[in-house]
Design a protein around this ligand. Structure first.
Ligand SMILES: [Zn+2]
Length: 82
């Protein structure tokens, strides 16, 4: 959904991303990948103070949980192979 410039990179070739707690740390957010996500600076600002922030927060929580669950399944299958 990002309509910023997600393909742009820094001089070092790194993505321009900011790590965000989807649930604010003051509101039970914890340092756990299941609720952390990397956003471009504009999406981060929208998520923090945009009028659509609540919809974006729900979308990001779903996405973070989905990706974390997929990662856990992959890690489990790799352990079982080893
Ligand atoms: Zn963005």
């Amino acid at each position: 959904m990002c309509v910023g410039q997600p393909d742009d990179v820094t001089d070092q070739g790194e993505p321009i991303l900011e790590v965000d707690h989807v649930e604010d740390r003051a509101n039970w957010g914890r340092d756990h990948p299941i609720q952390m996500i990397a956003l471009c600076p504009n999406c981060h600002a929208i998520k923090t103070r945009g009028q659509t922030r609540e919809q974006l927060r729900e979308l990001l929580l779903t996405e973070a949980r989905s990706r974390h669950t997929a990662w856990e399944a992959l890690a489990r299958s790799l352990v079982n192979l080893g």
